[in-house]
Design a protein around this ligand. Structure first.
Ligand code: GDP
Length: 534
């Protein structure tokens, strides 16, 4: 028998989609986000996201560093509606601010949009983020951007995705001309040509003309050579391409591909509509109580990101929760799986970039911000009803390492406290030398910004001025068999052995090449690039 609450949850889930964008800096993530919000009616003029960013630069005082550098460390989820759907775009920090948060955000997403610059193809940050999506078998939707500029051949880009990422591709639409001659796209779903008109900076929705492929009027709209080229391309696609297989898409093995130009709005709406048809709704998640469907009537969720000091005056901290099952209601009391305590969830927040609006309720697939007086850590589960815990969020392989030094012995206590709290919070990973004489912790990060954040917060929150001393390693691997396995292989060259926060052995390598060498020399040694939270 379906209860009232289950019907309500089912409704909510059917009309919710959430996703994160994975891309390399400059591919156009800000621009695409803005255009999606424009089509979603969340903003009326494109430019608002950027304006907000710039305005924040001018007025934000929550974190001095953000002001100084003009980067966004805080925005977390953008919510907008489109045709009855509520869409949650989980923001992954871009640019210089690449950090573990970027990876963790993918743990809260049900779908990923891989944004690629048509001229550049796959780039390093996209590849890294793709690996995390792959680990989670997330469905990936590819948007090839900047078709209004000279770029690489569309077929070549598909080939690159197939070869390098091992993802099957299915082109949902196909570009007509590129660069100055980019006229629009052919939509293989409706078998229609969508021609667009350029508008200044694409600040409003693009005006479009839709015509059938065989329509005799087509010559009034499209130069003959482009028309022939399109027909030829489509024939090739039919011949060599696979059919769209949604099961494969949902398993993260096939990616629907879209071509367009976020800046001029070409293809953005078609993308959004197809995405809503194909994307996964919030689904069941593994927990200690088995896979729980989102319609399971009791509330549960997990914390995937912590944010400290958004407002330094209040020293407030926010824990971001991905709602997994049941309905969240303001002021509800929940169980905290790790500590076994109960917590009242007051002051919940919905986040639209920097605006923090209070919320009354939330459903599976939503993200809420909770006031965190230090009780929540990354990966924590909160729940009602039967006891359960979601799978933790793993530690990701760091790529930057540095000793953190405290030159002032009288600050020893504060230094220790700061390091402990910042690592517990997940701001950075920490490792230690196996040499007992070296007491300085080793900071291990995936992005340079994490070092800066740690040093900044050590000074501002704990009053300790620190120094970093970089280590010239760039790859870390956990040893699956622990210390015993490591002893068995004997001495390893060109590596440094350290222990992580849980005392587990980690090997640091100068580069990938050194890692390959060790793997070849010791085929039995099992190394992993992620480690479960201890
Ligand atoms: P992000 O770093 O991925 O957030 O990228 P931005 O959205 O800030 O875009 C980077 C640059 O590419 C900016 O100068 C944009 O105006 C430009 N850009 C974004 N989308 C397009 C596009 O479709 N066509 C062209 N020509 N430029 C674009």
């Amino acid at each position: 028998m379906t209860t009232e609450i289950q019907t309500e949850l089912e409704q909510a889930v059917n009309y919710r989609r959430n996703f994160a964008i994975i891309s390399h800096p400059d591919a156009g993530k800000t621009t695409l986000t803005e255009k999606l919000l424009l089509y979603g009616g969340a903003i009326h003029q494109a430019g608002a996201v950027k304006a907000r960013r710039d305005q924040r630069k001018a007025t934000s005082d929550w974190m001095e560093m953000e002001k100084q550098r003009g980067i966004s460390i805080t925005s977390t989820v953008l919510q907008f509606d489109y045709k009855n759907f509520q869409i949650n775009l989980l923001d992954t920090p871009g640019h210089q601010d690449f950090s573990e948060d970027t990876y963790r955000t993918l743990a809260a997403a049900d779908n990923a949009v891989m944004l690629i610059d048509a001229a550049k193809g796959l780039e390093p940050q996209t590849r890294k983020l793709f690996e995390v999506c792959k680990m989670r078998s997330l469905p990936i939707f590819t948007f090839v951007n900047k078709l209004d500029r000279p770029g690489r051949e569309p077929l070549e880009l598909l080939d690159e995705i197939e070869q390098e990422l091992g993802l099957q591709t299915y082109a949902v639409n196909w570009p007509i001309g590129t660069g100055d001659r980019f006229k629009g796209v052919y939509d293989r779903r409706s078998k229609a040509i969508h021609l667009f008109e350029r508008r200044a900076h694409g600040s409003q929705e693009a005006r479009e003309t839709v015509i059938e492929l065989g329509d005799p009027k087509i010559e009034d709209y499209l130069p003959q050579d482009l028309y022939y080229q399109l027909k030829e391309d489509l024939e090739i696609l039919e011949e060599i391409g696979s059919e769209l297989d949604l099961e494969q898409v949902h398993a993260g093995k096939m990616t629907p591909v879209f071509f367009g130009s976020a800046m001029t709005n070409f293809g953005v709406k078609l993308f959004l509509e197809a995405f809503l048809d194909y994307a996964l709704k919030p689904g069941g998640r593994y927990s200690s109580a088995g896979v729980l469907d989102p319609t399971y009537p009791e509330f549960s969720g997990f914390i995937f990101k912590l944010q400290a000091n958004m407002d330094p005056k209040h020293r407030d901290r926010v824990a971001f929760v991905r709602v997994c099952t049941g309905k969240f209601e303001k002021d509800m009391t929940v169980n905290h799986a790790r500590t076994g305590k109960t917590v009242r969830l007051s002051r919940p927040q919905k986040l639209f970039a920097q605006d923090r609006a209070s919320i009354e309720e939330a459903y599976p697939g939503d993200v809420i911000g909770l006031n965190n007086p230090g009780v929540f850590a990354i990966g924590d589960t909160i729940y009602n009803g039967k006891k359960l815990e979601y799978e933790g969020i793993p530690c990701f392989s760091p790529e930057l390492f540095a000793y953190l030094k405290n030159p002032n012995p009288s600050k020893f206590k504060q230094f220790q406290k700061g390091i402990q709290e910042l690592t517990e919070e997940g701001a950075i990973q920490i490792m230690f030398s196996v040499d007992d004489f070296i007491r300085d912790p080793i900071l291990a990060a995936v992005g340079q910004l994490q070092f800066e954040v740690v040093q900044f917060r050590m000074l501002n929150e704990y009053g300790v001025e620190t120094r970093t001393e970089p280590l010239s390693y760039s790859v870390a691997r956990w040893v699956a068999g622990g210390w015993k396995a490591l002893e068995e292989v004997g001495r390893l060259f060109n590596t440094m052995t350290v222990k992580d926060g849980w005392g587990r052995p980690v090997l640091l390598f100068k580069n990938e090449w050194n890692l390959q060498q060790v793997k070849e020399d010791h085929p039995k040694l099992e190394l992993t690039s992620t480690a479960p939270v201890g």
